[in-house]
Design a protein around this ligand. Structure first.
Ligand code: GZL
Length: 307
C-alpha cells in the first residue's frame, strides 16, 4: 500500500542521498591529484553525493569548508588536514552536530574522540624504510640532504622522524641540510639548487631523501643542471610511487620509491557507513606500501601509465 511505497521510496532515496563533504588540501602533487580523482570515482560508484572543496593549501579554507558541510547537515566529512594543529574547535563543532569526520592521508594533533578514524599510512615507518634502504645501499657511509614536505604536516614531521631514527644508528651517515620543498616539484627543484650551491656543487652530497616523489623529480632537474648525474652521483629515495617516479627509476635517475596508496575513498566511506550502522570503527586504518627499485620500474610504469 501507500505506506509501504513511501517507506521504500524514502529508504532508497536516503541510500542514494548519502551526502559527504570532502575538504581536500589542494593539488600540490601528482599523488594528491590521483587521490582526489580516486575518491570522486569511488563516490560516483557508490551513488554518494560528494561535496568537494579544494583549499589551495590553506587551513582556513579547510575550516570554512568543514563549517559549511556542517551547515548543510551532511552525513559525514572527509578531511585531509594540511597541518597537524588548529583543528580542535571545528572538529568539536562537527562532533556536536553528530557528523562523523574521517581524517584521510594525514593526521591531526587533537583528541582522537573528536574524529571517527584516520585512514593514513604510518609515515614514521615510511621514513624508517627509506633510511634503512639507504644505509644498506651505502653500507652506512652517506651524507644526506633532505627535502621535507609541507611544514607542520604530519607526513613531513613523521617521515623526518622515521628516517632520522634509523640513520642515527650509523656514525658515518648524517643529514647535511634539511628544508621544506612543500611537496611540490618547483619547491624540490629550488631547494635542491640551494643545497647543491652550498655543498661544493653537490660533490659533498651522497644522497637525497625527499618526502615525496614530486620534490625528488624537481631535484632531478636541479642535479642535471648542476652537471651531475641523478641516481648515480647523488642517490635519490622518495615516497608516493607516482607513475613518473617509475619512469625516472627506469631511466636510472632515481633509486627507490615507497608506494603510498591514493585509493582512500573506499575505506573512508565504509567507516562512515559502519558508524551510521552503529558499528565500532578502529581509530587508525593504515596500510603501508612497499619500496620499489629500478629493476621492476619499467613494468610498474607501464602498469600505472598504460604507456
Ligand atoms: C601523504 C600525503 C602527502 C604525499 C604528498 O599521505 O599527505 O601529501 O606524500 C602529498 O605527495 O602532497
Amino acid at each position: 500500500g501507500a505506506t509501504m511505497c513511501i517507506g521504500m521510496g524514502m529508504s532508497l532515496a536516503a541510500q542514494a542521498e548519502m551526502i559527504i563533504g570532502f575538504s581536500q588540501i589542494g593539488s600540490e602533487s601528482g599523488w594528491r591529484t590521483s587521490e582526489t580523482a580516486s575518491i570522486k570515482a569511488e563516490a560516483e560508484k557508490r551513488g554518494i553525493d560528494l561535496k568537494f572543496s579544494d583549499a589551495q593549501q590553506k587551513q582556513e579554507n579547510q575550516i570554512k569548508a568543514v563549517r559549511s558541510f556542517i551547515a548543510q547537515g551532511v552525513d559525514g566529512i572527509l578531511l585531509a588536514p594540511v597541518v597537524e594543529t588548529g583543528w580542535d574547535q571545528v572538529l568539536k563543532e562537527a562532533k556536536d552536530a553528530g557528523i562523523p569526520v574521517v581524517l584521510i592521508d594525514r593526521g591531526v594533533d587533537a583528541d582522537p574522540s573528536l574524529y571517527l578514524t584516520k585512514v593514513a599510512s604510518d609515515f614514521v615507518e615510511e621514513g624508517a624504510l627509506a633510511g634503512a634502504w639507504l644505509a644498506a645501499k651505502t653500507s652506512g657511509n652517506c651524507d644526506v640532504v633532505e627535502l621535507q614536505g609541507t611544514v607542520g604536516s604530519s607526513a613531513a614531521i613523521d617521515r623526518k622522524e622515521g628516517f632520522g631514527n634509523v640513520i642515527s644508528n650509523f656514525p658515518n651517515m648524517k643529514i647535511l641540510r634539511s628544508q621544506s620543498g612543500d611537496f611540490t616539484r618547483s619547491g624540490g627543484k629550488e631547494v635542491m639548487e640551494s643545497f647543491l650551491k652550498a655543498e661544493n656543487g653537490g660533490k659533498n652530497i651522497c644522497a637525497l631523501y625527499a618526502h615525496n616523489d614530486d620534490m625528488a623529480l624537481g631535484a632531478v632537474q636541479a642535479i642535471k643542471e648542476a652537471g651531475l648525474e641523478p641516481g648515480k652521483d647523488i642517490l635519490i629515495v622518495s615516497i608516493d610511487g607516482v607513475p613518473d617516479i617509475f619512469k625516472a627509476m627506469a631511466d636510472g635517475e632515481t633509486n627507490a620509491s615507497i608506494e603510498l596508496n591514493p585509493h582512500l575513498g573506499a575505506p573512508a566511506f565504509d567507516a562512515i557507513k559502519a558508524s551510521m550502522d552503529g558499528k565500532e570503527v578502529p581509530k587508525w586504518i593504515k596500510a603501508n606500501g612497499p619500496l620499489y627499485l629500478p629493476d621492476t620500474a619499467a613494468e610498474e610504469y607501464k602498469k600505472r601509465s598504460g604507456k
